[in-house]
Design a protein around this ligand. Sequence first.
Ligand code: ADP
Ligand code: MG
Length: 697
Amino acid sequence: MSKFFQTSIEFVKGVGPQKAALLGKELGVFTYADLIQYYPFRYEDRSVFHTVSDCYYKEGETVQLRGSIRYFDMVGEGRKKRLSAEFRDHTGNLELTWFQGVNWVKKALKPGVNYIVYGKVARYGSKVSIAHPEFESEATADKQKGLQPVYSSTELLRRKYLDSKGISKIVRNLLQRALNEIPETLPEKLRGDYNLPGKAESIRHIHFPANQNKLQLARYRLKFEELFYIQLRLMKLKLHRQDAFKGLVLDKTNLLTEFYENHLPFELTNAQKRVIKEIYRDLKSGKQMNRLLQGDVGSGKTIVAFVSALLAIDNNAQCALMAPTEILADQHYRGLKPFADELGISIEKLTGSTKKSERTRIHENLMSGELNILVGTHALIEDTVQFKNLGLVIIDEQHRFGVAQRAKLWQKNTRAVPHILVMTATPIPRTLAMTLYGDLEISSIDELPAGRKPIKTIHQYDANRLKVNAFLKKEIEAGRQVYIVYPLIEESEKLDYKDLMDGFESISRAFPDYQISIVHGRQKPADKDFEMQRFVKGETRIMVATTVIEVGVNVPNATVMVIENAEKFGLAQLHQLRGRVGRGAEQSYCVLMSSYKLSKEARKRLDTMVRTTDGFEIADVDLQLRGPGDLMGTQQSGVLDLLVSDLAKDGKIVQLAKEAASSLMKTDPDLTLKENYLIRKQVESQQKNVFNWSRIS
Ligand code: ADP
Ligand code: MG
């Protein structure tokens, strides 16, 4: 924005140095631009009038009434003491009450005069009342008011008369001077194509909407612009990356054919086939692949990873598969080893606990190129680990790895940056993925292998524990195994730990005939592993654990997942935990235990879990409940500092903005055409104060 918009709000009529300082401190509003973009968070519709009789079924809603005051009275005792007025219109009467500012109200309101009254309806038995209503005399009221903006304010600001109304006044003052100066930031053609009103007009109507329709259009335009420029930036980033980083051409498919024809243990699902095609297209393109593979727990990502590895190996390149924990690395290794053996491919595992001699041998085989696949934990990215020709890096469960760690992998091949495939079992809602990972390609496995029995999920209150225990006993006696998981939340770690230990004891008492494993974060890795292995081998029938087992453990014989204090878990975590069962042929169950006392949100989470097993649906509910910032963690939240858009609700606009940006990138990637001049100008001015976009890959 031009210099004019960097002017301090001090110079807006009605502000001055003191209020300006306070607005800066309280709201972060310093300049004209800031104030113009301090949009209302809701609107009150003053075009509609209600009647007193309407109020009987409008409890909790805000109404606008026309009528007069009959008389005042002080009623009640002590803290409940209040000024009460009888207000009536042609349909009946109700009570207006004031607990504060009584004297002022008494002076301002005159019996017999007609007023417009505005406030929230409360109901006490058969009586209806409105506390602290806004009012003005009908004779002087502005009849054309329509939608009134509501701005958020603070206690300190209110004391300086900068409540919502006060803010609205200074915004109006500023717009009177500034509206004509607001530059257009989207070209006419684009506005025509997408039915977007002009910028200045939109700014005017988002603050002072003439009517509902103008408001919707204004919001749509501003959201579209915001999302459009984000998409554009992500796409430019992607283009730049593809230009800058050549990838090895991995196009031979002999190994893959051999594997398909002779060793494939099952028919691939259509989703798996599609995703493998997408990956192959990237690998042979000569450009570096940067692909996110998302698929629900149990959707079969491992085999996709293996097939991708085959493509690398067939073309004389090596593959590294990185998992977040030793247990997972081990599981991948043991899962893939038999396939590798059949195909005559060498595979090794490298973790923190790999012995020195072993390590040396692995290093040598990596350098000589004899070793094809290296599976491991972040031990893989240590500088001592050097490859002859690393072609593909597969990262499982990406949310455990920082960007810096991933970037290190890029340097492991000096000839060409290795292709990167990031696998995650935490589905990311589409709108969020498009915005956050817009510079990555995304593949989704949205289908489970045939023949899986959907997991049955039930919610039980703690009071029914005996019933639940009886059910567990039945399952164990039928030869199955059971997980019982306790939350471990950092702030209350001590308490949670006690919960876990108490739980362990009561379970030991309830199941005296069975061996029980216990796994938690305070154990040494070796102990953890030992307990884990006992369960994997079936020596223990019950696994009591904290969420350390959340990711990736595969024990097909385990059919029940009991989650204690389920109300304390987020949806993503509940879904992840549930995914630990349902991996075998038997019917599996997830039991969510909670107390009777549940917040509205907790209830919604548990209900959602009971209702569906679809990870994408769950991710969407999660997005609605928590909002995008929270969902991605604080690390990402800066990216989502959106002024008007709400990724939880504006999926459609994200889609449109993406479509617009994408067609622009096709026709005029360098933004040199005259018709795109406004876009280029805007992109350049945004580049001056960008946050670090590279961190989101
Ligand atoms: P995840 O996506 O959670 O990593 P896995 O790759 O571990 O899932 O697969 C889960 C289980 O499903 C494994 O036992 C695997 O062998 C099996 N599986 C994968 N794909 C198929 C398929 N197309 N048909 C049958 N079983 C499959
Ligand atoms: Mg997996």
